[in-house]
Design a protein around this ligand. Sequence first.
Ligand code: NAD
Length: 370
Amino acid sequence: MQGIEAVSEYYAGRRVLVTGYTGFKGSWLSLWLQKMGAKVLGVGLEPPSVPSMNKMLDLDSVIPGARIDVNDYAALADAVQTFKPEVVFHLAAQALVRLSYEMPLETLHTNIMGTAHVLEACRHCPSIRAVVIITSDKCYRNNEWVWGYRENDPMGGYDPYSASKGCAELITSSYIKSFFNQEEYGKTHHVALASARAGNAIGGGDWGKDRLIPDCFRSLHDRQLIHIRYPSAVRPWQHVLECLSGYLLLGARLLDEGPKFGCGWNFAPIDMGDVWSVERVVQRICDLWGTGGYEVDKGTQPHEAHMLCLDCTKANIELGWRPRYRVHQALAETVAWYKEWSERPAPEHMRQFTLKQIQNYIDCSVNLPD
Ligand SMILES: NC(=O)c1ccc[n+]([C@@H]2O[C@H](COP(=O)([O-])OP(=O)(O)OC[C@H]3O[C@@H](n4cnc5c(N)ncnc54)[C@H](O)[C@@H]3O)[C@@H](O)[C@H]2O)c1
């Protein structure tokens, strides 16, 4: 199998369940899968923000979905049994670090037990062949060092969100070993299970509270100064389509070659030149938008990792995954989306615009380091 161009054939006509389909990444992923001809069923709660990509693009009119809480095992298992998916992408989560300080129990329930419920529902559904659990770059024990974390580094988590993602990884690993292992594949089970760890995804349609990119566009739209909290924090920024292409490629590999690919995978920028500080990102967004400025919040902030990079050599060599956009292009695509929305917000138009951005990404040649 080649790169993302060749992946469509693996999803065309397949039944694919996406949890968290009303969220930022889930909206992009569901649209992309549908574009490839997959039969998508979404599972999730009401969109996590107002506004939201789900409502802005009126995705409920084009993507079948069920508002189900992953904490409700019976309802979730019933939806899975009824839909009979072949592939599952699990994205549903309380996905905000700061909110996890306000709602630790809800975050831990949803992200840990919700993941266990998804895995258990998959275990009892014979149609399933491939499961991709989406966690985070924050699943690793953070040593605040300059090197990228590798897939075999220890799990950790300072704040409740990060800890919940580390736990989701441990549970996934336990299910791989206990129920979906290589030795029993084709005998007692037919499921290949893997997890995907990606960093800060940027792209149009994110309205998450206290996230840098939505904060920028809320302020720019309202002609207010952007408030930034951790100006020197460094993150592996990547366009949302980069990590989604990794998830899709991984899912296709699991379908094609089974549990050989059943483990954890990092998806992040390969070139360290794309690991920018928060302040540099905000400055570039203001330049691209044409107006706007920022100020640094002086108040005390809850702990967040300062330095966090991933090493994705494994995905590069074994999956054949490579990023396509450099960070400046990812930012340009992101600004273009919000500008388009501010000028022509009709849902049908924004759906077409989003699909065009997906196609541009597929058509773009793979980015090689300078
Ligand atoms: N956006 C990023 O930069 C980023 C980075 C690393 C990892 N992730 C992970 O990717 C996934 C998607 O993130 P996102 O940015 O789209 O988040 P989001 O907040 O935009 O969307 C979260 C989705 O999960 C659903 N959800 C929340 N609680 C639920 C529950 N109890 N039952 C069912 N559904 C529930 C919401 O309805 C929504 O559809 C999450 O697992 C997140 O942790 C995101």
